[in-house]
Structure formats: C-alpha cells, structure tokens
Write a protein that binds this ligand. Structure first.
Ligand SMILES: Cc1cc2nc3c(=O)[nH]c(=O)nc-3n(C[C@H](O)[C@H](O)[C@H](O)COP(=O)(O)OP(=O)(O)OC[C@H]3O[C@@H](n4cnc5c(N)ncnc54)[C@H](O)[C@@H]3O)c2cc1C
Length: 393
C-alpha cells in the first residue's frame, strides 16, 4: 500500500524550504502543501523593504517560479486553510474535505498582533504580514501624504525607512524610551533612533496611544500626554504571535509556540513544527528558542527535510537575523536566553555607523552584531556561544 503523503500546513519560507529540500534529498513520496494564502510560498523580508520601495516585484519574493511545485510532484493547494488536525486518525481537515498524512509538518508561522483600538476606529489602518498587505501599503505610500506608525519595532522602522525614501511624512509612536530597546539594549537602540531622526522621521518615544478615530479620509491618534496627531493612514506594527491555534486544538504541547525537541518533533511523534511557530529545544544554546527570523525558517526547513528523508538532523543553527534601513545594514547572531546579558561592548565607528556590538554574560559572548561591517560576520559566528571575548571586553 502506498503510504499517505507528508502534509505541510502553511505556505511561508519554512514550508517552501522544507519541500524543496525534501526533493533535493531524493524523497520521492507524495507531498501535499496546504496554505490559506492565495500565493505559493514566498519570503517576507522584501515586503517591508524593496517591495515598498518599488525596486522589487511580488515574483522576486517567491521561493520558486510558478511551475516548480507541479514539476516536482508537490501537490500545492493555495487558498486552503487547515481547520483541524486529528492526530489519532492522522488526517487534517482542509478545503471541505480531509487529507490523510504519514507525517505532518506545521509551518503556520506568525500572525500580526492586532490593536482593537485601531481596528474598531474605521480609520485607514494597515498591518504588514502578507504580500497583499504589502501591496496595499505600497499603493498608499505612492500617494504620498502623512503616515503614522504605531510601534517602533523592526516592521515599524523598516516601513518608516521605505516611506521616507518615497517622500512620505512619517511619525513613529513608540511606548518605550527607545525603539528596539528590548532586543538591542540602549547602546545600540540609540543608533537606530538617531538614524531615523536624521532621515526626517518624527520619532516620538515614551508615548501611549490612547485613542484612534477617523477624520475625513484619514486618522486622528490621541496620545497619553493630551496631544493628538492627524495622519492620512496608520501602520500598526506591534509584534506578532505564533499561529498555534490548530496545534492547541489538537492537544499538542504549546508554550510560546509549538514545543519541539531538537529534531523539530512535537509532543506527537508524527507531527513536526518549523519556522516562526516552533519553540525548539536548542541543542547548542541549552534552552527553548522560538524566534521570528528568516534564516530560522530556512534552517528548520533544511533540518527537518534531512530528518524525514532519512538523515536525522538537529536544528542546531544559532539564531541569525538582519535588517536594512536607509544605508544601514546589520546582521545579528545569537540569543541572550532567559538569563539575558550583563554588559555590551561596542567597537568601531558608531557615529559613522560602521561598528560591531557584543552582548556578554559573565565570561561568555551570548550575541554579536555588526552594522555595515561586512567582513565581521565570520568573527561574530565564531565567538557567539564561547568564552572567546572580543577585544575591549
Ligand atoms: C514584512 C516582514 C519583514 C521581515 N523582515 C525580516 C528581516 O529583514 N530579517 C529577518 O530575519 N526576518 C524578517 N521577517 C521575519 C521572517 O519573514 C519570518 O521569520 C518568516 O516569514 C517565518 O517563516 P514561516 O514560514 O515560519 O512563517 P510565515 O512566513 O508566517 O508563513 C506561514 C504561512 O502559513 C499560513 N497558515 C497559517 N495557518 C494556516 C492554516 N491553518 N492553514 C493553512 N495555512 C496556514 C500563513 O497564512 C502563512 O502563509 C520579516 C517578516 C515580515 C512580515
């Protein structure tokens, strides 16, 4: 009897990488990929960068050209949401029917966290997670005017950068004292604050959004200090949450994402989780890690494909992410973990925005990054996780 297919739920980069690697590793069994979006798997980083700038088109973000899935025997079903998993019967409900699986891969990613205050206001509000949302925002930026951004995280700042480069007036509203301060700490977060102010962003920190209403075709934002801001549109970028609802309903162990072992296996031996949705027992770092990084989607997809194609492989890559804003490109490797860091060492030319930063705990390097120092990444990778401290530490 032919075994049931490997079924993948989700159509992001983790899913796209997984099916690609499965075929490259010679797995010739049936594979079904079910995604609720109308598009084949695509990458999200361009959605807040080149796509908004108009220097890339949707096809540039695709994992593969249109015909790849059929040519490689991957049964790609777009606009098909999976609504339930039956782990005992090894099948999922999708598109009004059920699909049996031999192994199930959850690659459901994250969803943008919504702000009810904004959603209920009737004002023009954008979120940015999907290709369709990026295209809608691009159209808005092309019209010029004033954009208010709620949240000074990665998405908010990347959109601010693209919007300024398109001549849009931008105000960023951040509740903390600095944007990105939770991830980067004050030393490096200040660099990003300065960068945006130099490019004409009205960056307001330590402000609370207390109300949002519609005014004509635009939006009025009320702030905790009594001030208000009128804009033509708002982008809300207040983080994401892992799409765990299917896993929870199926009784899988969920705790800040779907919990897996180092081989990406969930609490059910035939169900695996990869990418943003997976909270993985990291075999090198020694604590569970769930990150929302492009590179992790790739590394998980590769590791699980190897395992299911017959070569058991740990998901042991160190977390890595990057951002590009104006002329600043940065790469970051590592994870401070539950114990955090106790000091930061910065070397190089901070005002000139070419530098390296290291986060240390005791005698250990827990994370490192560089800004515009493109020879640095090998050194950063080699020191992170070790007691090989950088000069000056
Ligand atoms: C605008 C933007 C810019 C980014 N820029 C960077 C960057 O510069 N650097 C970086 O490191 N990372 C960046 N990221 C993060 C990175 O893109 C994510 O970490 C990555 O997309 C995660 O991939 P994934 O496949 O795990 O999940 P996702 O990309 O979230 O894909 C999950 C897919 O599953 C689908 N799905 C969910 N539930 C179901 C269901 N029940 N049935 C069927 N389908 C379902 C979703 O609709 C979605 O298509 C960015 C993210 C965004 C949104």
């Amino acid at each position: 009897m032919t075994p049931a297919p490997i079924v993948v739920v989700g159509g992001g980069l983790a899913a796209g990488t997984f099916v690609t690697q499965l075929r490259e590793r010679g797995h010739d069994g049936d594979v079904v990929l079910l995604t609720e979006e109308a598009h084949a798997p695509y990458e999200r980083p361009p959605l807040s960068k080149d796509l908004l700038l108009g220097t890339a088109e949707p096809s540039d973000a695709s994992v593969h050209e249109e015909g790849w899935y059929a040519e490689h025997g991957v049964d790609l079903r777009t606009s098909t949401a999976v609504t339930a998993i039956d782990t005992a019967g090894r099948k999922v409900q999708a598109g009004g029917g059920s699909v049996d699986y031999d192994e199930l891969v959850l690659a459901t990613g994250s969803r943008a966290r919504h702000l009810p205050l904004a959603d209920e206001s009737g004002a023009p509000v954008h979120y940015l997670r999907t290709l369709d949302e990026s295209l809608a925002l691009r159209e808005r930026l092309a019209a010029g005017g004033r954009l208010g951004i709620v949240g000074g995280g990665w998405i908010g700042l990347e959109v601010a950068s693209a919007a300024r480069q398109r001549g849009v007036d931008v105000t960023v509203l951040e509740s903390l004292d600095l944007p990105l301060v939770r991830v980067l700490g004050p030393e490096v977060a200040q660099v990003f604050a300065d960068l945006h102010r130099e490019h004409g962003v009205d960056l307001r920190t330590g402000v609370q959004v207390t109300g949002i209403s519609r005014t004509g075709s635009g939006a009025r934002v009320s702030l905790g200090d009594g001030a208000s801001l009128d804009v033509d549109a708002l982008l809300v970028g207040v983080g994401v949450q892992p799409a765990t609802e299917l896993a929870e309903a199926a009784g899988l162990v969920v705790d800040n994402g779907v919990r897996t072992d180092a081989r990406l296996r969930t609490s059910d031996a035939h169900v695996h989780a990869i990418g943003d949705v997976a909270n993985v027992d990291h075999p090198v770092l020694g604590f569970p890690v769930r990150v929302e990084h492009w590179d992790t989607a790739i590394k998980h997809g590769e590791a699980l494909a190897a395992t299911l194609a017959g070569t058991p492989t740990d998901a042991d890559a160190l977390p890595y992410f990057f951002t590009d804003q104006y002329d600043l490109g940065m790469e970051y490797v590592g994870h401070p973990g539950p114990d955090g860091y106790d000091r930061v060492v910065v070397t190089g030319d901070v005002p000139g925005r070419t530098f390296r930063a290291w986060w240390l705990r005791g005698d250990r390097v827990v994370a490192g990054m560089h800004a515009n120092d493109w020879d640095a990444i090998d050194e950063i990778r080699s020191r992170v996780g070790t007691t090989d401290l950088p000069p000056g530490a």
